[in-house]
Design a binder for this molecule. Structure first.
Ligand code: CA
Length: 565
């Protein structure tokens, strides 16, 4: 392979290849199931959270605590859009893929930033009226020779990874009837798995698996059971049809037990007095057989949710030792302000600990989560409770570092006032039944955000980094002893993984950051990337936080940055 590598670097060879009509002479090896199963150790960044366990951890140490201060920008790309930019760069060999908020998919040479191709999904005929929380996209999946994107008008698109040519497109459900897709797909054993958003529109959520080669449906699993299915009796008559339960973030997969884990969002409408019962599988993690979508078990973070806490946040597979006992666990920092460890073999709660001010959810009894009836709004009653519906943490994923056994948790400190209103269902219109306002958390005045490190063996905080601005970026940890995440202040930060000390921050980028950093190696050199591009739910729904001048002054505009030593 060595002579070929040298040859690749010569411009003559590149020019000849382009003249011959081929792709650039950069590496693109087919992304096999074997490579995806070992993605944690790949030189690229092959899926949304790097590996099936969703750790967001890379074993690279070229950039480390000793030299991170020497990181420099090597290339960048401006998207021209002002919406929230949330996708991580996904990298195979020397091919890098990034999506824009308007469902463009762009391929670059990962080492140089040379644009290879661009696919623009046609959104001109759709109103995008059922996209709740800004027009966004969270990136792609890879399998075989293809790259896959889910779109705002409910298509899954498969493109040739080398050329950008469309291989197939499939629309799961029409646009503007309540559904949209914003998540990065997950490929498991040749199936492209996606979930729909729509919990704010009463859309009955579902997860669907498509044949990666053809786009043909393999299975479709509604997250809200019909009356004759297990869990169907946790809903009043007929309510399942508009029960919400969006599955709007990427799940994880455990090959040891052949189990797919996926988080499910809030019930519809938001006002719980309209739908008594536990409302399964809303605000839950469900464990499924990836061959057919059959549900093996579930764990519900917030029963009969009336605060829009969703249950969609990351499901990180990690082995923990709690009170002297070893567990194969899932950990997740839930919107409801509690950090959960769940036994991933059977769905039983191991522990739940508060990581933010949390009053709506009070704890657990016999392993079932309990809530405070006094903090449930009705049509006649406004309550003040914490956290706000934006959550102790929203979608931006935690990272779990196997070296430190710490979970790095981007945290938001807000509470809310919330009151019931009347509502009736109409397809494609919001289905909430509540009015609300995000307010400051009195316990964290002048501090909308924070990065915390939580010991996954105990659920206790080890270090924290307070932030006056909200912290809306996902986390990346590396074997170099570093944790990367982007501030709303437009700096990419590198923290010491053990102490939380800021070891480096980038020059101020052109916008605030609410994306997910990723890292990869090409020809032995390590790169780190992050998207700047403030937007998403916080500025739209953030109440007093959104109107804080420090937040309204955050510059907008999408911009991908790549750094190296
Ligand atoms: Ca929601």
């Amino acid at each position: 392979m060595k002579p070929l590598n040298i040859l690749r670097k010569t411009s003559l060879f590149v020019a000849l290849t382009v003249l011959a009509g081929g792709a650039l002479a950069t590496d693109f090896s087919p992304v096999t199931t074997a490579r995806l199963s070992d993605a944690a150790h790949d030189n690229g960044w092959l899926m949304y959270r790097r590996d099936y366990a969703s750790n967001g951890y890379a074993p690279f140490k070229q950039i480390n605590t000793g030299n991170v201060s020497g990181l420099k920008q090597v290339w960048d790309y401006k998207t021209g859009f002002q919406q929230g930019h949330e996708a991580p760069a996904i990298v195979n060999g020397d091919y890098l893929y990034i999506t824009t908020p308007k469902d463009e998919l762009i391929a670059f040479q990962a080492s140089t930033g040379k644009q290879l191709w661009k696919y623009q999904h046609d959104l001109s005929q759709v109103g995008l009226k059922t996209v709740c929380c800004d027009v966004v996209n969270r990136g792609v999946a890879l399998y075989g020779d293809n790259v896959y994107m889910a779109t705002l008008d409910n298509y899954v698109v498969a493109l040739d990874g080398r050329t950008g040519k469309v291989v197939w497109k499939k629309q799961l459900i029409p646009a503007d009837v309540g559904y949209a897709m914003t998540l990065a797909p997950l490929v498991v054993k040749g199936k492209v798995i996606v979930g729909e958003s729509g919990g704010e529109y009463g859309a009955r959520g579902f997860i669907e698996a498509l044949d990666a080669r053809t786009g043909k449906e393999v299975w479709k699993r509604y997250t809200i059971p019909a009356p004759n299915e297990p869990g169907g009796k946790t809903w009043p008559k007929g309510a399942y049809k508009t029960g919400g339960g969006g599955a709007w973030l990427t799940g994880s997969y455990d090959a040891a037990t052949d189990t797919l884990f996926w988080g499910v969002g809030n019930p519809g409408p938001w006002l719980a007095t309209l739908r008594p019962g536990d409302n399964l599988y809303t605000d839950s993690v469900i464990a499924m057989n990836p061959a057919n979508g059959k549900i093996k078990w579930h764990f519900q973070y917030t029963p009969n949710d009336t605060w829009d806490y969703d249950g969609t946040n990351e499901t990180v597979l990690t082995d923990i030792n709690y009170q002297g006992k070893a567990y194969k666990a899932i950990v997740s920092a839930s919107r409801n302000g509690w950090f959960y460890a769940i036994n991933r073999l059977n769905g039983k709660l191991i522990y739940m600990k508060k990581f933010a001010t949390a009053t709506s959810v009070t704890g657990e009894k016999d392993g079932k989560v309990t809530t405070d009836p006094a903090l449930r709004p009705t049509v006649d009653k406004q309550v003040l409770t914490c956290p706000s519906f934006l959550g102790g943490k929203n979608w931006w994923p935690i990272s779990v570092d196997p070296q430190t056994h710490l979970a790095y948790v981007p945290t938001m400190h807000t509470c809310m006032t919330i009151k019931g209103t009347t509502v009736s269902y109409k397809a494609g219109l919001p289905f909430l039944g509540e009015s609300f306002k995000v307010v400051a958390d009195p316990a964290f005045k002048g501090q909308w955000g924070e990065v915390q490190a939580i010991d996954v063996n105990t659920g206790e905080q080890v270090w924290n980094h307070p932030s006056a601005l909200p912290w809306n970026s996902g986390m990346l940890s590396t074997a170099g002893g570093l944790v990367f995440s982007g501030g709303a202040d437009g700096h990419l930060y590198a923290f010491d993984a053990k102490s939380g000390k800021v070891l480096w921050k980038s020059p101020e980028l052109s916008s605030g950051i609410e994306s997910v950093p990723s890292t990869w190696k090409v020809d032995g050199k390590q790169y780190v990337s992050v998207y700047a591009g403030w937007g998403g739910a916080t500025p739209i729904w953030g109440g007093d936080m959104a109107s804080d001048p420090a937040v309204t002054n955050i510059p907008l505009g999408g911009h991908l940055y790549v750094f190296a030593l």
